[in-house]
Design a protein around this ligand. Structure first.
Ligand SMILES: *Cc1c(COP(=O)(O)O)cnc(C)c1O
Length: 389
């Protein structure tokens, strides 16, 4: 018997579906198997040196040692606004339409506290990054799940949402380029989202963590480029994937003033902003030489090409993505996602993520992250090609 009853919001957390695979991974590792972990969505490449240097310099300046501004240094918000103008052609007021985040996960998780009351609904894609649903749950809201399926290019079917749900819905989460499906969305989809949100008074939360992690010269749009998007939406951005800065914890949210200010009001009562030295590093990342981004894209593109070709040769069915460092692969006939992941782990020492762990419609898929070297990926492929599935 546990001594303390945990709060309902913790008891309501969905079961952690990767527990079984985590346990098996440790079991296989303990047997001395050389495990190749293609499960983790965390870049293996280091943060570029000029960004690390900017942080070191900022550390020596004692004016950076005090509490930062809640919403981010003005200089940081200006940098973000300028980048949005250049990259997307979107105009932002750095004073009121930009807020710094302690990583975009932090902002996404806190956003529902600003706009969801108990009984309200959030429209949440599935399979998806788990934070949309959990942030909603923590705010006392309910998620209405929007299945992302291949037949609909992994875009939510907004037409299929019942009228009663639309009435209770306050927030719609979307994420393109998408984790885990690696799908992308075109401007026409974002335009449909704007019309839907406007009709029903819904705030759109677009998670744009992967807009810079792209291949073959593809440049994904920002949601805020859609006409009228700034009237209805907020976009969450991250330096984590673009500059290999997952450990630094910095991101930002931009867009609709009320949405940004609402999130800021929650945050100013929960945290005290981002360490200024980290903000200076982020300014250097955004304003400095972008050759590191081109190099990062090249590295992942080579890995993608190697892996897509090798997996197809091994008999797997998958699309070659044009963004994100994920591959969303069909499970062969006769397997569930969990059974296949277990078999790859036990017989090949290769860790993949079973698709159902991201939500029920992910059943029948597994996710591979391109976050290991080419040599390790080639080794993984060799092992997979040796299995008869
Ligand atoms: C990695 C990732 C993020 C970024 O998280 P940070 O907190 O900025 O490190 C956000 N959304 C998705 C879908 C991701 O995969």
């Amino acid at each position: 018997m546990e001594m303390y009853r945990s709060a309902e919001r913790l008891r309501k957390l969905p079961p952690y579906l990767f527990k079984e695979i985590d346990r098996k991974k440790e079991e296989v590792r303990a047997r001395g198997v050389d495990i190749i972990d293609l499960g983790v969505g965390d870049p293996d490449l280091p943060t570029p040196p000029h960004i690390v240097e900017a942080m070191k310099k900022a550390l020596d300046d004692s004016s950076n040692h005090q509490y930062p501004s809640y919403s981010g240094m003005h200089r940081f918000r200006e940098t973000v606004a300028r980048w949005y103008g250049e990259r997307f052609g979107v105009d932002l007021d750095p004073q009121t339409e930009v807020v710094s985040l302690i990583g975009s996960k932090e902002g996404i998780a806190h956003f529902p506290l600003a706009f969801i009351d108990p009984g309200d609904v959030a429209l949440v894609p599935t399979p998806a990054y788990p934070v949309y649903h959990i942030g909603t749950l923590f705010a006392g809201g309910e998620s209405y799940f929007l299945p992302l399926v291949a037949e609909n290019d992994f875009l939510p079917d907004l037409e299929a949402i019942p009228g009663a749900v639309r009435e209770k819905a306050r927030v719609l989460f979307i994420n393109y380029p998408n984790n885990p499906t690696a799908a992308t969305a075109d401007p026409a989809f974002f335009e449909r989202v704007v019309a839907f949100a406007r009709e029903h008074g819904i705030i759109v939360c677009h998670d744009a963590a992967y807009t810079e992690l792209t291949f073959d010269g593809y440049m994904p749009p920002s949601f805020l480029q859609a006409p009228g998007a700034k009237d209805v939406g907020i976009e969450f951005h991250s330096l984590s994937k673009t500059y290999n800065m997952t450990g630094w914890r910095i991101g930002f949210a931009v867009g609709n003033r009320e949405a940004v200010q609402g999130l800021g009001a929650v945050k100013s009562n929960v945290d005290s902003g981002v360490f200024q030295a980290v903000q200076w590093a982020a300014i250097e990342a955004i304003e400095g030489d972008q050759a590191c981004v081109a190099e990062m894209r090249k590295v992942y593109q080579e890995r993608r090409d190697l892996m897509v070709e090798g997996l197809r040769k091994a008999g797997f069915e998958l699309a070659a993505p044009r963004a994100t460092f994920y591959l969303w692969v069909r499970v062969p006939q006769g397997y569930t996602s969990a059974r296949l992941a277990t078999r790859l782990l036990e017989e090949a020492g290769v860790v993949v993520t079973p698709g159902n762990g991201f939500g029920e419609p992910g059943e029948g898929y597994f996710r591979i992250a391109l976050t290991r070297t080419r040599e390790r990926m080639a080794e993984a492929l060799e092992r997979l090609q040796g299995l008869s599935l």
